[in-house]
Every structure is written in C-alpha cells, then in structure tokens.
Design a protein around this ligand. Structure first.
Ligand SMILES: C[S@@+](CC[C@H](N)C(=O)[O-])C[C@H]1O[C@@H](n2cnc3c(N)ncnc32)[C@H](O)[C@@H]1O
Length: 280
C-alpha cells in the first residue's frame, strides 16, 4: 500500500473521528431505513439496525472469535462482542481510533474480550485460520488492492468461517461502461473520502470466486441506506457540528461540504451499497 494513501487515510480518521463520535456516535457507517428506504427512525438506531439486518441476512447467530477489519472506534466490534460474548479484534490505520476503541472497551467493561491495533488489512499480523467471522463494514472502498485485501480476509478465516464484506461500490458495468461524467463524480468522491477507487459488486463476487470462498451470496442495499446522507447533511449544519468542524480542520470540512456527492451518487444509481458473504 502506498505510503501516501496510508498516511492520508490515517490523517483523515485521526482528525475526524472525535467529531464524528461527538455528533453522530460510535458507528461510522450507513443506517438501514427498511428495504425500500422509507422507514423513519432515529439515525443511531438505523445504524444498529444495519448491523442487525446484516447478521440476519448472513444468518449469523453466534460467534466466538471475530475480526473487525477497518474497525473505526470499535462501533461494530464492541456491539458484536457484547451481543455474542465474542472475543473481538479490531484493526484500523488510525492510532487515534485505536486509542478511543480501547477506551470504549473499558467504558463498556469489555476490555478482556476486545483488542484493537493499528494494522493494514492487506497484510494482517494474524496467523492463518484464526477467526470464525471476518467482518468488514465500509472499509473495502479504502483498499488499493481489493484482491489482496480479500485474500487476507480469507487466509485468517478458520475453515468453515464466514466473511461478511460490506462496501461502497459503483454500479455494475457489464451493460454500459462508466461515462465521463460518472468517472468525474467518482474521482471527486475518491478525493474527499481518501479512496483509491471503488469497484462494482459483480467485481467483488468475481474476486470471491477466485480466492475460493464457498456459498457466496451478495445483495445491493442502496435503496435501504441512501436516506442516511440526507440525515447526515441536516445534522452537519447545526452550531455544534460547525464549531466541531472548525476544530477538526480542513480535510474534515471538505468531507462535510461534499456530503452531497454521495447523496447525488445514490440518486443517479452510480453509487451502490454492496454486501458480500462467503464461507471458507
Ligand atoms: C468508514 S470507517 C468504518 C469504520 C467501522 N467499520 C464502522 O462501521 O464504524 C473505515 C475504516 O477503515 C479503516 N481502514 C481503511 N483502510 C484500511 C487498511 N488498509 N487497513 C485497515 N483499516 C483500514 C479506517 O482506518 C477506518 O477505521
């Protein structure tokens, strides 16, 4: 992974995570607003509902050892650790996130069953066959080598273990390739959110087949999650959020000013919210 991208992602999350938690809470991912995105609900509840819907979709009813790849401040890791009494490990590129995730584990009394470390998902410091569940919620879009990332997830899974990967995607390109304006729109999103590029859900499925995952399943939940951006946009223009943005610095301000990029991406069908499931 190039040092520049690594440093950019690290700096982005180091500077923005405190503000995100203050305004939006511990979950740094979309919310779930019903299959057609029409349910009205509290934003944090919608984020928890997304986790629960994913678990149900993937038929996960118990876990002993879980790896959260791209764990943020441990939103999913600690939620899942508590729910399943599971041993969890979370990795992120951001030392600030690791420190906060560790603090949160102590606050929740989960420090004996949760560990967090700075590590690169494309080169993980874990032995083969270590985890029952590898969970990656909205981190795949940051990976410059999607195949290497998925191979690593596969390597550390125990035989019979499950991979759940949920990622920002672009629309499938089997019928029409991306046009110039769509490519420009994606470039703007990459720039703001420190992404090397995104791929389509069929591309993730092709990689899953290549690396040997079994029982592969996939879903496009764009409709269910798209309302999230309107809600984030509304909450950004409150005095508390504006003050926090000024403190967090320029990259975070640009991120906030560009929230409309994602909303328009969903509206046009360019941006998709893809889920992938497979078993080792
Ligand atoms: C949008 S946040 C999602 C956080 C968390 N999954 C959640 O839903 O609350 C993306 C996360 O991916 C992590 N990430 C990005 N690239 C990574 C890499 N190469 N290795 C490990 N983590 C990475 C970031 O540090 C950040 O924690």
């Amino acid at each position: 992974m190039s040092t520049t991208l690594y440093q950019k992602i690290q700096a982005f999350y180091d500077s923005s995570s405190g503000l995100w938690e203050e305004i939006w809470g511990e979950h740094m991912h979309h919310g779930y607003y019903g299959a057609t995105g029409t349910q009205k609900k509290d934003r944090r509840q919608a984020q928890i509902d997304l986790i629960e819907e994913i678990l149900q979709w993937a038929d996960v009813t118990g876990v002993e050892k879980l790896l959260d790849v791209g764990c943020g401040i441990g939103g999913s890791s600690l939620y899942l650790s508590k729910k399943f009494q599971a041993q969890v490990t979370g990795i992120t590129l951001s030392p600030v996130q690791v420190e906060r995730a560790k603090e949160r584990a102590v606050e929740l009394g989960l420090q004996c069953q949760a560990e967090f470390l700075v590590a690169d998902a494309q080169n993980m410091p874990f032995a083969d066959n270590s985890f029952d569940l590898v969970w990656s919620l909205e981190s795949g879009e940051h990976m410059p080598d999607k195949a290497k990332f998925m191979q690593e997830c596969y390597r550390v899974l125990k035989p019979g273990g499950k991979l759940i990967l949920v990622s920002w995607c672009h629309r499938p390109i089997d019928t029409y390739p991306l046009n110039t304006s769509e490519q420009k729109h994606l470039q703007d999103i990459y720039q703001v959110y420190c992404l090397p590029y995104v791929i389509s859900l069929p591309h993730y499925i092709a990689i899953a087949n290549q690396i040997g995952l079994q029982n592969i399943d996939s879903a496009d939940w764009s409709e269910a999650v798209a309302p999230f951006w309107d809600i984030v946009i509304d909450s950004t223009f409150t005095p508390k959020a504006i003050f926090g943005l000024l403190r967090a610095g320029w990259t975070t301000i640009v991120g906030a000013l560009s929230l409309g990029l994602m909303r328009r991406g969903y509206e046009s069908g360019l941006i998709r919210f893809g889920l992938l499931y497979g078993v080792k």
